[in-house]
Design a binder for this molecule. Structure first.
Ligand SMILES: [Zn+2]
Ligand SMILES: [Zn+2]
Ligand SMILES: [Zn+2]
Length: 349
């Protein structure tokens, strides 16, 4: 079977990071759509919203007041999911009712004082400031002895559960490794042991060589729709150099990261001419004090949109009970994203 056949025939693809299969049904996009149509989100045009709890100088729900910040702003989440000091608790009944207390730190990072900006509408130097904050946060949380994992993530858009349109992300630092980090760690370590090389270094070489799923790239980073993508327009951002976390990037690599984040989000916005919703986040080495030569720094973008600004993909039925499934092929998705271009649709004449 050649890769051209993969555009026609139902098949399964293996995700080596998660060690699971995704079902691909290329012919299925032809079916008529009678399902849920999302409301188009109202254009977000206010530069400052007096009712927004993230805008500079405003009071938050918990009563604290934001600084009148001019670039980025970090604060501890007023309603955190985790607390740094929890009593030690361990439950184990027959190996079936198993529970442990979990300590953590939850922070919020505002990207900009402007209520109406998104990464796609920020300049590369403004995004670079956000990257510097992420790096400092990663480093200082790593110094906190009991923190074994730092997750930086952004939920963009109401359909991804973002409670506020003001551009911001969250940082959760955990005492233990979350499920996905643990599975990726196993995959990285397994590949290094059996192949004596890096899983994502090897994968990167194939993607750069074939150039079938690449959306954009610069000297230090590439954005691809991974061969095993589950979400229709899912992308993976890979560093071209083998490194494991933000604090290993050189100053110019941080600029290149800003460039790739700006460009991929413009591709997204242009695709359906909307402020494209997504969940994105970085996967960095565990901060457990161990060396992690196997880990390769990367970011995932998981956008829910399928065929227009108003048609979303749902993970239901077979996907909840069997395995993930997609209709449009990753190669088709990469071509559509690439064609969407790099001049933001709101900046075109
Ligand atoms: Zn705001
Ligand atoms: Zn690598
Ligand atoms: Zn990952």
């Amino acid at each position: 079977m050649s890769s051209a056949d993969l555009q026609q025939i139902s098949h399964r693809r293996f995700n080596p990071l998660m060690r699971e299969w995704v079902l691909v049904s290329p012919h299925r996009t032809h079916r008529p759509w009678l399902g849920k149509v999302e409301e188009l989100p109202a254009a977000n045009q206010l530069q400052y919203d007096p009712g927004c709890y993230l805008c500079p100088g405003n009071e938050r729900a918990g009563g604290a007041r934001n600084l009148k910040y001019a670039s980025t702003f970090v604060f501890d989440n007023d309603y955190p999911s985790l607390f740094p000091d929890v009593p030690n608790l361990e439950v184990n009944e027959s190996g079936l009712l198993v529970a442990r207390s979990e300590a953590g730190i939850c922070r919020v990072v505002c990207f900009s004082p402007r209520h109406d900006l998104t990464i796609a509408r920020m300049t590369a130097s403004e995004i670079r400031e956000v990257i510097d904050v992420w790096t400092t946060q990663f480093q200082s949380l790593e110094q906190t002895g009991w923190v074994r994992h730092v997750q930086i993530f952004e939920n963009r858009g109401a359909s991804m559960g973002a409670s506020n349109p003001h551009p911001h992300c969250q940082i959760w630092a955990n005492a233990s490794l979350p499920n996905i980090a643990e599975r990726e760690l196993d995959a990285f370590q397994g590949h290094r042991k059996s192949k004596k090389s890096g899983l994502l270094c090897d994968y990167l070489r194939i993607e750069l060589d074939r150039n079938e799923r690449t959306v954009c790239q610069n000297e230090a980073f590439v954005a691809v729709v991974p061969f095993w993508a589950v979400w229709p327009f899912e992308t993976l951002i890979l560093s071209k150099r083998h490194l494991a976390a933000l604090d290993e990037l050189s100053s110019s690599e941080r600029d290149f990261l800003a460039d790739i984040l700006r460009r991929i989000t413009i591709h997204y916005d242009n695709l359906f001419k909307t402020s494209f919703p997504y969940s994105m986040g970085f996967h960095q080495r565990p901060t457990d004090g161990q060396p992690h030569p196997e880990w390769h720094f990367h970011a995932h973008y998981y956008p829910p949109l399928l065929r227009s600004a108003t048609v979303q993909k749902f993970m239901v039925g077979f996907e909840m009970l069997g395995s993930p499934q997609r209709d449009i092929t990753p190669e088709g998705a990469a071509a559509l994203l690439t064609q969407a271009g790099e001049v933001h649709y709101l900046d075109r004449d």
